[in-house]
Design a protein around this ligand. Structure first.
Ligand code: GUN
Length: 288
């Protein structure tokens, strides 16, 4: 029987701390941290995420703007909006919801964002800072995973962490954060041979694959910590992770459920990153 890592409860605790810190920020500086979220098109999952991001901003006391652009938005229009937000003093964080429609050049869009306002941690300069372990902001989902482990009292030092998935949003930055936290890290992906065998060597297994119920009991060592980053929708409309919960839960020592595990943390960390970006921007102003 595994202990369930309650991402909703941990997330609520962190949001309460952010709310208090934001109140102090506003009292000291006379303005609120500001986040701009841009969504292009009407992808149903992205639409829900963006709505939740707006609500989270309200909850913690941020200023926020949501820019909903039509599916047929041109690259130049999107880049002009980012330019405008880069120059807007009310905005300390800019998030362009991914994936973008196919006709848009995602890398070029992300390069337009002022690195100081890149609350996703996707700008190449910020990716480099993650790599050398000197950063203010880390990508929301992997940072959320680290916070879940920390709040659950799970030690990473010296542990073998196997990450399944090598995306720029989760797998690669997760590996860097785990290394910084003194774990020994293996990154696996779709071409990995003997995947189940490698996964069975994990003390901490992070699944970020994007395939419903992929990780079965034969991928998990008795007593392992299992973190499920996947959010997949089944034919019946229900959400499920990358881990077959019913099979894996009896073997794991700790496990994150889907929904209610990693998911709630992602937006909470976005709030943390936005507050941090506002603090850094404010401190830079104070230095002159
Ligand atoms: N789409 C899925 N996850 C993310 C994320 O963390 N940031 C952005 N910008 N888009 C996403």
């Amino acid at each position: 029987m595994a202990q369930i890592i309650d991402g909703k409860a941990i997330s609520a605790k962190i949001r309460e701390e952010i709310k208090e810190e934001t109140a102090r920020f506003v009292a000291q500086r006379g303005y609120a941290p500001g986040l701009a979220v841009i969504i292009v098109g009407e992808d149903p999952a992205s639409t829900v995420y963006v709505r939740n991001k707006g609500r989270a901003c309200e909850e913690v006391g941020f200023y926020s703007e949501i820019h909903r652009l039509p599916e047929n938005t041109q690259q130049s229009e999107l880049e002009e909006l980012i330019d405008r937000l880069n120059g807007d003093d009310k905005i300390h964080g800019i998030l362009v919801q991914l994936p973008l429609p196919k006709h848009l050049d995602e890398s070029a869009v992300l390069l337009k964002i002022d690195p100081a306002k890149d609350v996703d941690g996707f700008y190449p300069f910020n990716v480099g800072r993650i790599m050398i372990g000197d950063f203010d902001i880390a990508p929301c989902t992997p940072y959320g995973v680290m916070e879940l482990l920390r709040y659950s009292g799970i030690e990473t030092r010296g542990k073998h962490c196997v990450i399944v998935g090598r995306s720029n949003i989760v797998g690669k930055p997760q590996a860097m954060l785990m290394l910084k936290a003194d774990a020994t890290v293996t990154v696996c992906h779709s071409k990995t041979q003997n995947l189940a065998e490698i996964c069975r060597t994990a003390d901490i297994l992070v699944a970020a694959i994007g395939k419903a119920d992929f990780i079965g009991a034969d991928y998990v060592k008795e007593g392992a910590v299992v973190v499920d980053v996947g959010i997949n929708r089944k034919a019946d409309g229900k959400l499920t992770g990358d881990v077959n919960f019913a099979q894996v839960e009896p073997k794991a020592s700790f496990i994150t459920p889907v929904p209610g595990g990693v998911g709630p943390m992602t937006i909470t960390i976005l709030m943390k990153n936005t507050l941090k970006a506002a603090e850094v921007a404010g401190d830079a102003l104070g230095a002159f």
